[in-house]
Design a protein around this ligand. Sequence first.
Ligand SMILES: Cc1cc2nc3c(=O)[nH]c(=O)nc-3n(C[C@H](O)[C@H](O)[C@H](O)COP(=O)(O)OP(=O)(O)OC[C@H]3O[C@@H](n4cnc5c(N)ncnc54)[C@H](O)[C@@H]3O)c2cc1C
Length: 727
Amino acid sequence: MDLSFTPDQEALRDAVLRLYGKQSDGERVRDLEPEGFDPALWAAVVDMGLPAMALPETARGAGASLTDLAAAVEVHGAHCGLVPLVETAVVARLLAALGDAAAPLLSQIVEGSAATLRLASGPGPAAFAGIAEVVTARDGDRVVVVDGPLAPTPRTLAGLAIATADLTGGRTLAEGAAAIAIFDRAVDEWRALTAVAQAGLARASLELGVQYARDRHQFGVPIATFQTLQHRFADLHERVDGSRLLAYEAIWALDEGEPTAPALAAQASWYCGDVADEAAGFSLHVHGGYGFMLEYDVQLHVRRAKATRLLLGDPRRELDVIADRRWGAAAPDPALVAAARTARPTRPGMDFRFDAETEAFRSEVRAFIGEHLTDEIVARALTTGTMHDWGFHKALCDRGYLASGWPREFGGLGRDAVDQTLLLQELYASGAPIDGLNIASMVGATLLVCGTDRQKAEILPRILAGEVMCCLGYSEPDAGSDVAAVTTRAVRDGDDWVINGQKMFTTMAHEAHYVFLLCRTDLDAPKHKGLTMFLVPMDSPGVEINAVATMGGERTNITFYRDVRTPDSCRVGEVDAGWSVLHAALVYERSSANWGEPDALVETMATWALQPADDGVRPFDDPIVRAALARWSTELEAGRLLLFRAAWLSAQGGMPQVEGSMAKLHITEAFVQASSELVDLLGTAGLAPGHVEHAFRHAVVTTIYGGSSEVQREIIAGRGLGLPRSR
Ligand SMILES: Cc1cc2nc3c(=O)[nH]c(=O)nc-3n(C[C@H](O)[C@H](O)[C@H](O)COP(=O)(O)OP(=O)(O)OC[C@H]3O[C@@H](n4cnc5c(N)ncnc54)[C@H](O)[C@@H]3O)c2cc1C
């Protein structure tokens, strides 16, 4: 896996940035928008060789990849470039693929002519057909070309030199299934490259909004301090990043000839358009009345984002294309998809596959799950609400999975964050009850960093062996998101501490041998500085556990501590250093949002949809069902990319806290909405207990524990976007 540009791609992006920064600023685009074309910029873009760069060298191109080209297109999108860069590059590749019959036209383009393509079959509008000399289209089973430029349509939504292509006089370039397949591939390249441009536009729109919010004062403060605005910005920050990752994944898949490339191109096209629409729309809203004024750039972004989407027709129709390509008649052979996973990159730079060792690890984990996780274990966990099974837990520990990311010298497997994340997702997707694994792993990792020699010698090996379980005693009735507000008191008494207080939601307390207990030890210190962490045996006199039932079926507990006497040897870390102990585990533990479960939900629903119902009709043939499946599979693909981006950054030695928050926010919010919409599809059948009904009851808690969505938005807005403290 590699999500970075090559040095050459970076250099190209920087060069294009300099060009567009000089020649395509907002004022110039606004001035030229009515004509829909910037001849000076086009001359400069041709001079740089951009439209022909992704042609093979045999066709007088630079032999560059689509990913190389995308590095330029992203900048082009961010600047609302008024030139047919994407269209010409795509048509050039189309003509090169069509062979000799198209060679003269291709030469014309290599010499600097602009070209475009009509995306839908038959006559109709095409972007830049009002200035392009070569207008290509599909007409039935023929690929045709019309000489341009055509008469432009005046005053369209966002310039772009739109003109209607009348194909009656069109010359046939090629015909038959092979020619149409080449044309369809060109449309997919347009989809993916335009998705990159839309991701660039979305980022630029968001930056406009954020900057305006910093500068604009109301009620005596910058409007950027308002939490309502910050949280929408935080949502957009992660959505824009997710859209960019998805766009590049689609581009990479086309470059590599991945069997999933057509589906990814449609997903990227729909998603990036949607996000660009949303980012530009919200940024305009943040500008208040000024956003409507033509002298502001943001209104241009709103029109451009929407107009670009409309070129493909009603954007919702893309959802139907996605469904067809993911599960319908156009879906790839699963065997080919599986085989492509182990293919190796053909060029340096971005690679969205896992490396061979990680793929082998995934196979090992799947085999382990197949061997050890039974339907009875899953059913028992769902019935009892205890998301832990001692037998399965022991097997996980024996295999070293509790400490997959720890260094080998401490009993771990020494695997990187990508492998750790993959392990967890495979377990989540399988429905394995792993609350115990997650908690024990977290406490173990903290002991590794902050524990005493005795704790490391006596407790850690037993945690690693799967013999000892822990629970987390952080939350209290009046300390939830603000966990530093805990009031459970620990008072020194000789060699002991005496603990009194109450903890809420102590999950696994009824199975645990120890509670990792955050206590207040100094009432006078600032609230983050008067805390100390203890590892208190659950069989200590004075510990009481009361069960709490939840909507999602998970059992949690309220725990009470009444004059619990604990030796000082149970303290973890220094006195009053509990806050840093709470965060220490991050060295070996990276938060891994539960993506596997919502993904499994979408796949379950797809399987249901493909089976004929009692009336013999497949739910999949209902456009509402197809749209829902397409939408949530796409949202979750963006979530998967955000999640593995954070893991990949970790594996590179980074501490991607903001990126981890983005992934958690995206995935858990998508889980809530997906489970609600997918259970709706079942109608009355959704009332009966089952996978989907359970997912609906369970999903919401994922947006609360592990830091609620609002807490994640605070992190993203503050640390990610650098916005001031909110009010
Ligand atoms: C099933 C389950 C299991 C759990 N397991 C454990 C466990 O094992 N150990 C443990 O210690 N805890 C556990 N928790 C507790 C969990 O961590 C807390 O529920 C969580 O931190 C939120 O705290 P709270 O419930 O008190 O909500 P509050 O913090 O009171 O939040 C209420 C609402 O206010 C919002 N809010 C809070 N702060 C802000 C802010 N700054 N800006 C905007 N909005 C804000 C929240 O997002 C939320 O929507 C569990 C909870 C559940 C439901």
